[in-house]
Design a protein around this ligand. Structure first.
Ligand SMILES: Nc1nc2c(ncn2[C@@H]2O[C@H](COP(=O)(O)OP(=O)(O)OP(=O)(O)O)[C@@H](O)[C@H]2O)c(=O)[nH]1
Length: 321
């Protein structure tokens, strides 16, 4: 072999080595860039104030960001292959599993509020879950993002309570009472069950205010609210529906039983007031659901008419319409 050929072969070999090095270096650079990008994404996900996680199609965890890992008290390695039953109480696991299955089966997005109520705490999460696909478009699991909405939940509950209750007595107000009654009207008519209604009014209350002042009047209102409260059963709904006017919704109660309850309440109030100054009495109107009633308002109007009759016969009495 001539010297030129050997030289040429060495040159080709060196060129091939250089090319190989170049390709490998490029591949290495690409891998490094990819790793840096992944590290950056992980860093970002770990700093997001939300629980982010991936589950496979068997609902087993494959990834979770740092906030989730801290909450579960595990490392990423330990998390892999575990499921919700390792971290949540049984009732919560059931709900989470239903949601996961829905997302995987329907392959569509789902959002829900989850209440995790344990003896130690009550935490509310808003979770959004959606199916996860690989590059080929095959379903490989789901991605979930949960945010802690406990503070908003408490605020919403408080606002709801404020909107539905009377501040003086803590009883339901007229608005919420009406909605309970309308619901009960449809339930009772649908299942052919009885229900009755009592409207209770403090007698000559204007005189109490005029003689003793509004603060004493308010105390009297609270007294009546307390006596009513002591006489209602668990299923009954007691509300303050006006200034000195109360109402009790009595599910599964016919007119005779409602009358007996109303008489008992009137007597109890009278007895309680014997030693009080001012000493008040109450009048009550009672009505019950009739087959021809088309709306709750018809029962309410009859109970109001019965109350009017109680006032007309000299107050401190119960009447039925
Ligand atoms: N203290 C107090 N008084 C109230 C409140 N809401 C309404 N009232 C008063 O309740 C009184 C109701 O008076 P009326 O409707 O004339 O009835 P009444 O004096 O009870 O007479 P009868 O119902 O016919 O027995 C009015 O003086 C109202 O100002 C309240 O929250 N606190």
């Amino acid at each position: 072999m001539s010297l030129e050929i050997v030289g040429l072969l060495i040159f080709i070999l060196l060129l091939a080595i250089a090319l190989l090095l170049f390709v490998n270096l490029n591949r290495y650079r690409q891998q490094q860039t990819k790793k840096m990008m992944l590290d950056t994404y992980e860093l970002i996900l770990d700093q997001v104030d939300a629980y982010i996680y991936l589950k496979d199609t068997q609902c087993k965890y494959v990834y979770a960001n740092q906030l989730t890992l801290d909450y579960f008290g595990v490392t990423l390695e330990k998390l892999k292959g575990t499921s919700d039953s390792d971290y949540f109480p049984a009732n919560v696991v059931d709900i989470l599993h239903v949601n996961d299955t829905k997302v995987l089966n329907s392959q569509s997005k789902l959002s829900d509020d989850i209440i995790v109520d344990t003896p130690a705490s009550l935490i509310v999460y808003h979770e959004v879950k959606q199916p996860l696909y690989n590059h080929k478009g095959t379903l490989i699991g789901l991605i979930g993002i949960s945010t802690d909405i406990t503070a908003a939940y408490h605020l919403r509950s408080k606002l709801e309570r404020l909107a539905n209750t009377d501040p003086l007595t803590g009883l339901f107000n007229r608005r919420s009472f009406t909605s309970f009654c309308e619901h009960e009207f449809f339930r009772a008519t649908r299942y052919f069950q009885p229900f009755s209604l009592m409207i209770i009014d403090i007698d000559l209350f204007k005189k109490v205010n005029d003689t003793y002042g509004h603060l004493v009047g308010d105390e009297v209102i609270k007294r009546v609210a307390n006596i009513c409260n002591e006489h209602v059963r668990e299923a009954d709904v007691l509300a303050r529906i006006g200034g000195e006017e109360f109402a009790i919704l009595l599910p599964d109660t016919d007119i005779d039983s409602a009358y007996v309850l109303a008489e008992r309440l009137r007597e109890a109030q009278q007895q309680y007031e014997e030693q009080k100054t001012p000493s008040i009495t109450i009048s009550i109107g009672v009505a019950t659901l009739r087959s021809q009633d088309k709306a709750f308002l018809e029962i309410f109007k009859r109970a109001d008419k019965a109350l009017y009759s109680s006032k007309n016969v000299g107050r401190n009495s119960v009447n039925v319409a």
